[in-house]
Design a protein around this ligand. Structure first.
Ligand SMILES: [Cu+2]
Length: 238
């Protein structure tokens, strides 16, 4: 993030940036905010200036013949400027988005998450790092991952559209019934962070608040030993 922006926008008001993509996402977000902000300020200033100028002339509204060509030229100039800004944002964000949606590294830890009204059912792979085996661990509204390792979440919905949101990881993914969405990321900071549903999915939407716990490698191994595995092999879930 540019230094002057870091001073203007206090980081304390942002969720912690705790994933490998977070800094780049923040930088893009700020670039968009600055571009849109400059246009907004310029538009408001122009509106106030023209209103002020019209008030100073102190005459009632008059109908004047407009110069269509001149108007057209100004509209095209401004539209071209907006397009240039859009393309600059696109150029900056394209590479980042391509990396976010690229297939995960082969070593990524798979975690299956089913959204339903109104909870997240999180299916962890256990010590063998493979889904669908007897040591899998199922928890409600708790997602446990190791720090510094790629993790792939496989998201499905049992009922309506939900949105899987990990603000600290800068991960947000719509979850639709009938299809599986996958997203991967690497947590760079151990700790406890919010897990939320970012889609108004019904009366109990607010209850879909869970916890993401990012463990250091040792405590992640301990967790796999502590929690009760489901102990049932489910065919076809690997
Ligand atoms: Cu929801």
């Amino acid at each position: 993030m540019p230094r002057f922006l870091a001073e203007v926008i206090p980081r304390s008001s942002w969720p912690p940036a705790a994933s490998s993509f977070a800094a780049e996402v923040d930088s893009l977000f700020l670039a968009i905010t600055v571009v849109v902000g400059v246009w907004w300020v310029a538009s408001e200033l122009a509106l106030v200036a023209w209103t002020w100028a019209a008030l100073r002339r102190r005459h009632s509204a008059v109908v004047t013949a407009s110069d269509r060509r001149r108007e057209g030229r100004w509209i095209l100039r401004l539209a071209a400027l907006v397009l240039v800004c859009d393309l600059a944002i696109e150029a900056r964000g394209h590479g980042l988005w391509a990396r976010i949606v690229a297939p995960p590294p082969r070593t990524a830890l798979p975690i299956r998450i089913e959204a339903r009204q109104f909870a997240w059912l999180v299916h962890h792979p256990g010590r063998d790092r493979t889904l669908g085996t007897a040591d899998d661990i199922e928890l409600q509204n708790e997602l446990h991952i190791p720090v510094g390792e790629p993790v792939e979440v496989r998201l499905t919905s049992r009922d309506v559209i939900h949105s899987f949101f990990l603000p600290a990881m800068r991960v947000k993914q719509d979850v639709l019934p009938g299809t599986e969405a996958r997203r991967w990321f690497v947590a760079t900071q151990a700790g406890s962070f919010p897990l939320a549903c970012a889609e108004l999915c019904g009366f109990g939407h607010y209850r879909m608040a869970g916890e993401l716990v990012v463990h250091d490698p040792a405590s992640y191994e301990e967790l796999a030993g502590e929690r009760t595995p489901i102990g049932v092999h489910r065919e076809g879930e690997s």
